[in-house]
Design a protein around this ligand. Structure first.
Ligand SMILES: Nc1ncnc2c1ncn2[C@@H]1O[C@H](COP(=O)(O)OP(=O)(O)O)[C@@H](O)[C@H]1O
Ligand SMILES: [Mg+2]
Length: 378
């Protein structure tokens, strides 16, 4: 008989031991689930919070196979993993969620774009290229098909001078430059029974210097029409992918009011961190429920919230010091999360804080003020 999550000996394995894994473990403890982590860094954020922490490369076939074969369920917190080993684990009867076929598709931004096209999911027009970008292509957004993360792997090329920073020796996607009004995101979960639930749409504000998310606003300030289009797109994608697990769907609201899918991530996501305090069920608990086939939780917002990423200050590297923490913690409705990374680097994600307030506008004012107070320095 298949083991239940509360049976003795049930083991859940995660490829990747960063902050996403760490926040997942915090929820898994509530369900008394044994979590094993595979990560190459001995000082990864999960190193001292996992039940079992295995040091190893999640891109290596044998390492992933040996790690996963003793698990009941294997999941990921980063999509750049050895998918061949995941297929093998699936064949051996281990439950791998999201399924290897979903991870494989999402690892390649080119295949993602083809998937949107085949399934009539609105997304910006594109070409897949192996050649260099030329002046005739401009303005354009160029993305590495594989391996990009947190803004690395994406360049916006507007004028000829920008061509110097284009990717030259790798297969890339050329995407039409979208005239963005807002970036929004919907997190959707689907369990093995086929139940699908979305979180209310959130709004993302980026640090334009490095293409990294700085603020999340929950809920998004968008019309009912945009809200329902965004929710519909997320559900359609989860359904068409047949995914088991959590999926973040990043979208653009264009200046002309269209909703276009930007990219998807088959895992917990930065655009869902505010759900820990701001929604009845957090994205981490929802992911857990979806991969062990439990009923999905209520995703309703309890209070509007703003999440702020704590990024390492530019030009500073070394042992981390957090400034302004006392003022943050003295603020009603403010919650702190530190990821346990001992050293900071420019723009490294070191933690986040969330501000809850019955009025989203109030939460924004407080969050922007605190953002200037709390600094990650060396
Ligand atoms: N077609 C586009 N038009 C305009 N801006 C874009 C486009 N594609 C990406 N961007 C900008 O670059 C950011 C990062 O791109 P994304 O594909 O989401 O890569 P990453 O994997 O780094 O998150 C987006 O959040 C958006 O701000
Ligand atoms: Mg993105």
């Amino acid at each position: 008989m298949e083991k239940k999550f509360f049976d003795k000996g049930f083991k859940l394995g995660i490829l990747g031991g960063g902050q996403l894994g760490r926040m997942f473990i915090q929820e898994a403890i509530n369900y008394n689930i044994h979590v094993s982590i595979l990560d190459p860094a001995s000082n990864a954020p999960c190193a001292d919070s996992a039940h079992d922490f295995v040091i190893g490369d999640f891109n290596d076939f044998d390492t992933v196979l040996n790690f996963g074969r003793n698990m009941d369920v294997v999941t990921i917190e980063i999509e750049h993993v050895n998918v061949t080993a995941l297929y093998e684990l699936e064949r051996l009867g281990v439950k791998v969620f999201p399924q290897p076929k979903v991870i494989e598709l999402i690892q390649d931004k080119g295949l993602q774009k083809e998937f949107y096209q085949t399934n009539n999911i609105a997304s910006s027009s594109y070409q897949l290229i192996d050649r260099e970008v030329t002046a005739d292509d401009l303005p354009i957004v160029q993305k590495l098909r594989k391996g990009g993360y947190d803004g690395r792997g994406v360049v916006v090329l507007k004028e000829e001078n920008d061509l110097a920073s284009s990717f030259k020796n790798a297969p890339t996607v050329l995407e039409k430059l979208v005239d963005i009004q807002k970036e929004i995101s919907v997190i959707v979960a689907r369990n093995e029974a086929g139940e699908i639930k979305t979180f209310p749409t959130v709004e993302l504000e980026f640090n334009s210097e490095v293409n990294l998310v700085e603020f999340i606003f929950s809920p998004a300030s968008v019309s009912e029409k945009v809200e329902s289009e965004a929710q519909g797109l997320a559900k359609a994608i989860a359904d068409k992918l047949d995914i088991v697990g959590l999926l973040a769907v990043e979208m653009f609201l264009t200046k002309t009011g269209k909703v276009l899918v930007n990219e998807i991530a088959p895992r917990t996501h930065n655009s869902g961190h505010q759900s820990i305090e701001g929604n009845i069920t957090s994205q981490f608990e929802q992911h857990l429920r979806s991969i062990i086939n439990l009923p999905l939780g209520d995703t309703s917002i309890t209070q509007p919230s703003v999440m702020v990423n704590l990024l390492g200050e530019p030009n500073m590297s070394g042992s981390v010091i957090y400034e302004g923490i006392e003022e943050l913690l003295a603020t009603p409705g403010a919650y702190l999360h530190l990821y346990g990374k001992s050293s900071t680097k420019p723009f490294r994600k070191m933690g986040h804080f969330t501000v809850l307030n019955p009025q989203l506008n109030e939460a924004k004012i407080v969050a922007r003020r605190l953002k200037n107070v709390v600094k990650v320095v060396a």
